[in-house]
Design a protein around this ligand. Structure first.
Ligand SMILES: Cc1cc2nc3c(=O)[nH]c(=O)nc-3n(C[C@H](O)[C@H](O)[C@H](O)COP(=O)(O)O)c2cc1C
Length: 364
């Protein structure tokens, strides 16, 4: 096995012990007021014990109307900081680092969840929910940018090793990037530069609040997987602008709520189906010099190694495999496994906390 996967990497002030990332995963394990819980901290402790280099939390919403699901963690107020502090403390004994993913759900929510009319760059009905969002006015945009900055400050105060700005999967920042959901004709829409403006302003606001030595990553939409949506060419241009503005690493993903295929493709049962955003990662890696992280259906050590060796990406990110096997990285490192047992069935989403439903079906 190539040792490259187990070689540490420095990104800004972070030293990651290996090239494995637990991609942001909404665990549905907050309390009824969206505070993180000891149950969630125990899950992260298990992941750290299992050897993953970096944990990116589930997406935490920066403004009240940015809540996308029930039992989603919040970061819109200072009152959330102490619970996050306790969670971060639980990981201190480990080499594993932890970053907070910050988000606004945009139009991919419902009034009964976000307690308001969902907002978006343009009033385009979401086919997955039938919700027509309210078009944001200029002042809304400025306020959301400020909320991301404040969330970054809170993350730093709570002790997170860095933040990841969520600009993928059809949530608000991804909606601005996409010509499918962004039909504006002001400075926030139209050209790639205008569509990326809010994301770049969010990055600037986060930097202002946290300083140059605070690691800031982005999860970047590289393909909406819908007709008329964002494609990899625009993503490459956006990645270059992000690099200029001081982003520390870019994780590449794709798919939106109403797309097929989605971010979480099913039936990944052979190496040729794995790494479905790896070619987009490679395109971005060729265009920028900051580290690139790739996510999407990566399951076996051979595929992981070839992605790194062929310089398609610098780090390997996974979500569903860790729900099944929190100790996956230790198993790969010690040769007890050469691939994840995850069958990509998407039955792990559960409103009372993520879980692998296949484990209970196995013969004892
Ligand atoms: C239960 C669940 C929750 C998820 N929550 C998030 C999230 O909060 N933020 C995010 O960027 N992606 C989220 N994702 C997407 C994953 O990070 C990842 O991009 C996707 O699952 C593909 O990777 P995989 O094939 O390794 O699972 C979630 C996926 C799952 C299965």
């Amino acid at each position: 096995m190539s040792r490259l996967l187990f070689t540490p990497i420095n990104i800004n002030t972070l030293t990651l012990p290996n090239r494995f990332v637990r991609s942001a995963t909404n665990e549905y394990m907050t309390d009824e007021n969206d505070f993180v819980t000891d149950r969630l901290a125990s899950l992260y402790e298990k992941l750290a014990r299992g050897g993953v280099g970096l944990i990116i939390t589930g997406h935490s919403y920066v403004r009240k109307d940015g809540k996308a699901s029930k039992r989603q963690a919040a970061i819109y107020d200072d009152k959330f900081i102490p619970a996050y502090k306790r969670l971060v403390e639980r990981l201190r004994p480990f080499d594993t680092k932890i970053m907070l993913q910050i988000t606004h759900g945009g139009r991919q929510t419902k009034p009964e969840i976000c307690d308001d009319t969902p907002i978006a760059p343009s009033p385009i009905t979401d086919k997955s929910t039938g919700v027509t969002p309210r078009e944001m006015i200029h002042d809304d945009i400025l306020d959301v940018i400020n909320c991301f900055g404040q969330a970054a400050r809170r993350a730093k105060e709570a002790g997170f090793g860095g933040i990841q700005i969520h600009a993928a999967h059809g949530y608000l920042l991804s909606e601005f990037l996409s010509p499918y959901t962004n039909r504006r004709d002001d400075e926030w829409g139209g050209t790639v530069k205008n569509r990326a403006r809010i994301l770049l302003e969010v990055l600037k606001a986060c930097r202002l609040q946290t300083g140059m030595d605070y690691p800031i990553f982005v999860k970047l939409q590289t393909d909406d997987c819908v007709e008329g949506g964002l494609g990899v060419e625009d993503a490459v241009e956006t990645a270059k602008m992000l690099e200029k503005e001081g982003i520390d690493a870019i994780e590449t993903s794709g798919g939106i709520a109403e797309s097929f295929p989605s971010a979480c493709r099913e039936g990944i049962d052979s190496p040729d189906k794995e790494g479905y955003f790896a070619s987009n990662a490679e395109r971005i890696k060729k265009a920028v010099s900051v580290p690139v992280i790739v996510v999407g259906g990566i399951r076996s050590i051979g595929v992981m190694e070839s992605i790194i060796e062929e310089k398609k990406a610098d780090l390997i990110s996974m979500s569903r495999p860790f729900i099944r096997e929190p100790d996956l990285i230790d198993k790969l490192r010690t040769g007890r496994a050469t691939k994840s047992e995850c069958i990509s069935c998407n039955q792990c989403w559960h409103p009372d906390g993520i879980r692998c439903t296949q484990i209970s079906k196995q013969p004892q």
